[in-house]
Write a protein that binds this ligand. Structure first.
Ligand code: PLP
Length: 406
């Protein structure tokens, strides 16, 4: 990236903070990204000048808020290249998006004896909802294994399909290993068996250009807060043909067409899946986040982060006894590692005292930890504002804390 420092200091006020007397080095972007000033301003402006409930109010503020909320739906549609804006459903985040699909899709399409394919590297958010759905419907999960490097076994994947397979749920990018999965190729295999695919895009949308039609994803889910937007808002993209067939997820206001005491008919897409008052201000903030990313350019963001990831892998390899967990070729901006026999929590705590924010633990992927026989990892994850200096600071700090470990 030409000048990441400008972005860093000008656009992300929190990055100017100090912690424990040190410059904050924020390397926990897979957990949540920081927010540019434009997103903060958008939230503030909404509550200062526009706050009102949408779709039903017969007054000026309600009409304007509705128009701006619906304009963001169109912006999201263009951002991920969905065919229709009514295929974009606003939710609270990836977790709610996946739970919506798992609950609603399974009621309509999954019966006793059926099978759902997941991978061994899913975040709990793309695993537990399917376990719950399978338990409810009497179906079972099949799991795609992955190699020591963190690469899915695609032959094993192809071998899992049979006439009982109803859905594939796969993460686009692993939040622990950084692996970018070949979701378009996986969707082609699934579709050749007539099976739809849900892609968990939580760790992808802020880091690369995502085109849901090119992937041919049947569902694609993501969170605003991991893409420079507010917490509490996310997206469930679903192909019209499925969304029309699936029953509502929640009942309440907005999702109905007509209600009597005996019976209810449902609203059109996407409103059928948006019961109750949505997070209007947060949706507008998500729109501001998309504007921010587009202003930088997704290709520039991807190139910047690819460079940083290469640099981080090189520099971290200098640290004695450091072992990477996840070394798939072309991996995204997530670097997990262990240092000697030190517990990841101890490493994270010592780094924190030097102003370096990393994540430690199982990262909501306990089966990944079981796969490697480890309790957790230290995870450094990058974003548009991350610099080589941030990575240098991490490496220097690791050298500094080394005598305190083990
Ligand atoms: N899927 C992946 C791959 C994630 O990394 C995360 C969050 O870390 C989630 C799903 C859940 O996202 P959220 O907590 O925003 O719903």
């Amino acid at each position: 990236m030409d000048n990441p420092t400008t972005l860093n200091t000008d656009n992300f006020p929190i990055l100017g903070r100090e912690v424990y007397g040190h410059r904050l080095v924020y390397l926990d972007n897979a957990a949540t990204t920081q927010k540019p000033q434009a997103v903060i301003d958008c939230l503030c402006d909404y509550y200062t000048t526009l706050n009102s409930n949408i779709h039903r109010g017969a007054h000026y503020l309600a009409a304007e808020a509705t128009e701006r909320y619906e304009a963001v739906r169109g912006k999201v549609q263009r951002f991920v290249n969905a065919r229709h804006s009514h295929e974009i459903v606003f939710t609270r985040g990836t977790t709610e998006s996946i739970n919506l699909v798992a609950s609603s899709f399974s009621q309509r399409y999954i019966k006793a004896g059926d099978e759902v394919i997941v991978t061994g590297m899913e975040h709990h958010s793309n695993l537990v909802p399917w376990q719950l759905a399978c338990e409810r419907q009497g179906a079972r999960l099949r799991v795609v294994p992955f190699s020591d490097e963190g690469v899915l076994d695609l032959d094993a994947y192809a071998g899992l399909f049979n006439e009982r397979t109803r859905l594939v749920a796969v993460t686009h990018v692993s939040n622990t290993l950084g692996t970018v999965n070949p979701v378009a190729a996986m969707a082609r295999v699934a579709h050749s068996h007539g099976v739809p695919v849900l892609v968990d895009g939580a760790q992808a949308v802020a880091h690369m250009r995502v085109d849901v039609q090119a992937i041919d994803a049947d569902f694609y889910c993501f969170s605003g807060h991991k893409m420079y937007g507010p917490m509490g808002v996310g997206v469930m993209y679903g192909k019209e043909q499925y969304l029309n067939e699936m029953p509502p997820y929640q009942g309440g206001g907005e999702m109905i067409r007509d209600v009597t005491l005996e019976r209810t008919t449902y609203n059109d897409l996407p409103f059928k899946f948006e019961a109750g008052t949505p997070a209007v201000g947060d949706v507008l903030g998500l729109g501001a986040a998309i504007d921010f990313m587009e202003s930088v350019g997704m290709e520039r963001i991807a190139a910047h982060e690819a460079d940083l990831t290469r640099y981080a892998m090189e520099r971290l390899a200098e640290v004695e006894d450091l072992r990477f967990i996840g070394t798939a070729p072309g991996k995204a901006a997530v670097v997990s590692f262990l240092v000697g026999n030190a517990h990841p929590y101890d490493v994270g705590t010592l780094l924190d005292k030097l102003g370096i924010a990393v994540r430690t633990g199982h990262h909501c992927t306990q089966p990944v930890m079981d796969r490697y026989g480890i309790p957790g990892t230290v995870r450094a994850s990058f974003a548009v504002y991350t610099t080589r200096e941030d990575i240098d600071a991490l490496v220097t700090a690791l050298h500094r804390i080394a005598p305190m470990l083990n």
